[in-house]
Design a protein around this ligand. Structure first.
Ligand code: PBG
Length: 340
């Protein structure tokens, strides 16, 4: 009897390949490849961000983000229903305010833009999971994500937390399904959880922007929300250089009671996603941000990449790295591409 292992190996040019290393056996046909996949995409993975601007009558195109619009309030219900019809089950609402002040007080007014958006979205499709982006930067005249301390010239963490508690209670009273604080204040989850729990909203989950970097990839978003903000958020958002701190930020939010953790932006931070996944059993979200979207659109428009293939590969990478949920401006397009 011959030893096939030795015989086969010895006939391969350029060295020996043991039979157990022949990975290509499971790649031979499309059927095999489909059966072997450990990462798959579904419309249930995606959350659609929606921009709503006060006082406009028609949608306004966002130049740097083709196919993304700021919608008038009168069209928000239609946009929510359109997403629902495509199979999308969650939206996150961003307001473009025309009632700005130094602390963003419009966000905790029952008649303010945030409360109105939530009521409109819930009324249009009660089954849609409506998430509010809970921050102040779109509602403050200086554009910072909280109250600015005149002497320090910096955002006052604890004063901002008190306002944030009022804001989330207003959102909860308006019927929001999930709170998503994005301001990167220390202690924000604890403050929110306390406010909700003490006021009859213990059932409302919090998805924390738990590890959010001070990123150049947010560029087009500033366009999207018409922000005149020229400063930096380096004193509250994270330094992209720091990996250990990135993990600690998310672990801290988990301890404070965050139901879902998040990494933002996405593609440049897959290492952070994988590390949080390895250290937490909470659901994990990623925000595929405006700059990431704009780069793919620009590359496709220049004819240098295949848009659909690149988007599907990017989303697959997020899930492979450990994400359960993906917030992306491609959500509607993905729902169409993934239709069986
Ligand atoms: C505001 C906020 C930002 C984004 C979401 N919420 C911008 C920022 O922090 O400067 C970015 C979203 C995107 O770029 O798509 N807190």
């Amino acid at each position: 009897m011959t030893d096939t292992t030795i015989h086969l190996g010895s006939t391969v040019q350029g060295g020996t390949i043991a039979p157990e290393f022949r990975f290509r056996r499971l790649r031979r046909s499309n059927t095999l490849r489909q059966l072997m996949r450990d990462t798959t995409l579904s419309v249930d993975d995606f959350i659609l961000p929606i921009f709503v601007e006060e006082g406009i009558k028609e949608p306004v195109a966002i130049t740097s983000m083709p196919n993304v619009f700021r919608y008038p309030e009168s069209q928000l219900g239609g946009v929510v229903q359109r997403a629902w019809n495509l199979g999308i089950k969650a939206v996150v609402l961003f307001g473009v305010s025309h009632h700005k002040d130094d602390c963003g007080s419009d966000t905790w007014s029952d008649d303010g833009l945030m409360a109105r958006m939530i009521r409109i979205a819930k009324a249009a499709q009660p089954q849609m999971l409506v998430i509010s982006d809970n921050c102040f930067c779109e509602y403050t005249d200086h554009g910072h994500c909280g109250v600015v301390d005149m002497h320090e010239g910096d955002v006052d963490n604890d004063a901002t937390l008190i306002n944030l508690q009022q804001q989330v209670l207003t959102a909860a009273a308006a019927g929001v399904d999930m709170i998503a604080p994005s301001g990167m204040m220390d202690g924000m989850i604890l403050a929110i959880r306390q406010a909700l729990d003490e006021n009859g909203f213990a059932h409302i989950p919090v998805m924390s922007y738990s590890t959010k970097f001070a990123s150049a990839f947010y560029g087009p978003f500033r366009d999207a929300v018409d922000s005149s903000f020229k400063g930096s958020r380096n004193t509250y958002q994270m330094d992209p250089c720091n990996g250990r701190e990135a993990l600690a930020e998310s672990m801290q939010d988990e301890m404070e009671g965050a139901d879902i953790l998040m990494v933002k932006p996405g593609l440049a931070y897959l290492d952070i996603i994988a590390e949080i996944r390895a250290n937490s059993s909470r659901p994990l979200a990623v925000y595929h941000v405006s700059g990431e979207y704009a780069m793919i659109k620009a590359g496709a428009a220049a004819g240098v990449i295949d848009e659909k293939a690149v988007v599907l590969e990017t989303m697959t990478a997020f899930k492979r790295a450990g994400c359960n949920l993906i917030i992306t401006y491609y959500a509607e397009q993905l729902a169409q591409w993934l239709k069986p």
